[in-house]
Design a protein around this ligand. Structure first.
Ligand code: AMP
Ligand code: ZN
Length: 476
């Protein structure tokens, strides 16, 4: 498989240090609030990558941290701690906030068919590992103590700005909120490994350390957690593009200084999801979450389909119009699959030929939109029904769009409903979608929309009937 590597800025053949095993690390969420759908774009694309590597036969060992301490509102070690901010906002403790939003994150992942990494490690569970690493960096002369904090000394490196030739816009350093010059730093790019003093002294979570009571910097957690669970040779490190600098640059600096050799060979960065008005935000404008999309009647998998329809290395603009188009395309696709009859026996020749369209697409830097086109190619092909369904099931191990399950439930509902009324699969899928939207509207107490759907369908002769097991319909 060829994959773009941000480190070398080229598309390269993806290889692993140990044959057949891929050690993959993912920067996890900062659990101070719900994830927005931009964050989840990154996790969806990483999920497809992980699943494709497995599909390709690799034994993927994937680790993800949970940032529950140390991430300040500016990625440049300044501003307020995001977790503290969240706790204050909700009048809860930091740990309560962390638990609540960690659970919420995995709920969202489940709805989006994102597989949980093999190891998920909250940063607060590895404080002694961070301390050990900071001690090592001090011993090796890569760190210094100043103004009460421990800093990494970037002037000790031959090369620091590894990712810096990327577009300046993509590499903007976090949110520049309350940025203050840190006069304790020796060099502008030095960063904090361990805080004991900062401009805020009411940090809720603090631990004893050789340098006094304090807490770790954000970057050290990913280096230490990755080294602890995946060893000194990492094959693949993932994150959103905003993580490339300074977070990943700093991770490389401290990890390689600590272990004394090259650490991670390939870096996968997902470009941002933006809104029409610019950057996606949790505090300004509409806070776009999976739950909000559900409240508006969208199946979360429509959002997954929307993401897979464009390339991860292009920034993507979110709009409801775009999402509606994805919804229509997804529902039509399901309806088409539902209309395939499982006839004949799987033909190995057709299977291999059509499968190669799918693998060629993903082998070329994870081209997910072409991989979806390969599903349409299967449907259009003259392969028999059994072969078509076997291929779609096979592709969905990677795409995770629940294609077979959704098509089966559509067929079932048709048998109970539309089939006997002579409605085609596409119309049936449209009716089912409207019924689902009406249920969501009712849940959100939007009775006007619920009634509107009932009336529009009635005008077409489709009469809804609410039962204790859900809504069914008859056709006049
Ligand atoms: P955070 O919870 O802020 O640590 O971010 C979680 C993940 O989402 C990181 O990999 C970020 O790089 C990524 N991310 C943040 N904003 C966006 C966005 N608008 N689009 C895509 N990914 C994002
Ligand atoms: Zn990280």
């Amino acid at each position: 498989m060829k994959l773009y590597n941000t480190l070398t800025r080229t598309k390269e053949e993806f290889t692993t240090h140990e044959k057949g095993v891929c050690r993959m690390y993912t920067c996890g969420p900062t659990v101070y609030h719900f994830a927005h759908i931009g964050n989840l774009r990154t996790y969806i694309m990483e999920d497809v990558l992980e699943k494709y590597l497995r599909y390709d036969g690799l034994d993927v060992k994937r680790v993800m941290n949970i940032t529950d301490v140390g991430h300040l509102s500016s990625d440049a070690d300044t501003g307020e701690d995001k977790m503290l901010k969240g706790a204050r906002r909700e009048h809860k403790t930091v740990m309560e906030i962390a638990q609540f939003y960690t659970d919420a994150f995995f709920d969202d992942c489940k709805k989006l068919n994102i597989r949980n990494p093999d190891t998920v490690q909250p940063a607060t569970g590895c404080i002694s590992d961070f301390i050990k690493m900071v001690e090592g960096l001090l011993e090796k002369g890569y760190a210094y103590i100043s103004g009460g904090n421990v800093y990494f000394d970037t002037s000790k490196l031959d090369e620091y700005y590894v990712f810096n030739k990327h577009d300046a816009e993509d590499l903007e350093v976090g949110v520049r909120e309350g940025v203050e010059e840190d006069t304790a730093k020796r060099n502008k790019c030095d960063f904090v490994l361990w805080f004991t003093k900062s401009k805020f002294d009411d940090q809720e979570l603090k631990w004893d350390s050789p340098w006094g009571v304090g807490y770790p910097g954000w970057h050290i957690e990913c280096s230490a957690i990755s080294l602890k669970f995946l060893g000194e040779y990492l094959d693949l490190h993932c994150g959103g593009i905003d993580n490339a600098f300074p977070h990943h640059t700093n991770e490389i600096a401290q990890s390689e200084a600590y272990i004394g050799h090259k650490w991670c060979s390939s870096w996968f960065h997902v470009l941002h999801l933006n809104t029409n008005s610019g950057k996606m935000s949790k505090s300004k404008g509409e806070f776009l979450t999976v739950s909000l999309l559900e409240e508006k009647g969208y199946d979360p998998l429509v959002y997954r389909f929307f993401c897979l329809s464009s390339h991860y290395r292009k920034s993507l603009v979110f709009s409801y119009e775009g999402l509606d188009n994805a919804k229509t395309a997804y529902e039509r696709l399901i309806a088409k699959i539902a209309s395939v009859k499982p006839e004949g026996e799987v033909s190995c020749g057709d299977f291999a030929k059509l499968r190669s369209l799918f693998t060629e697409a993903l082998d070329n830097d994870l081209n997910t939109s072409l991989a979806i086109t390969a599903v349409y190619d299967v449907l259009k092909s003259d392969a028999n029904g059994a072969t078509k369904l076997a291929l779609i099931e096979d592709f969905d191990r990677v795409l995770s769009l629940s294609l077979i399950e959704k098509a089966a439930s559509l067929r079932e509902s048709e048998q109970g409903g539309s089939a006997s009324f002579g409605i085609d699969a596409e119309t049936a899928s449209e009716i089912e979608a409207l019924i689902a939207e009406r249920a969501e509207a009712k849940k959100a107490k939007n009775y006007a929309r619920a009634d509107e759907i009932r009336n529009t369908l009635a005008e077409r002769g489709i009469i809804l009937k609410d039962t204790k097991d859900g809504t069914t319909y008859t056709v006049e």
